[in-house]
Design a protein around this ligand. Sequence first.
Ligand code: F3S
Length: 71
Amino acid sequence: MKILHDREKCIGCGACVSLCPKYWEMKEDGKAYLKGSELNPEGKYQLELKDPECNQQAADSCPVEIIFLVK
Ligand code: F3S
């Protein structure tokens, strides 16, 4: 499965980092970064994972709903 992050729209609330620090970290620009992800042609950061682990909680908790889990 894929985890997608529309990083441009991140408001830096930090919920993803608190709930899922294995995969999320805060960067100097005040936005979260999905560790190991790469920018895809649609402008979203993308990471392939077998098991979403805590990314489901991160997606559910993001106030601007910019974390997507895609099968
Ligand atoms: Fe940004 Fe949402 Fe995380 S606003 S800091 S991606 S919870």
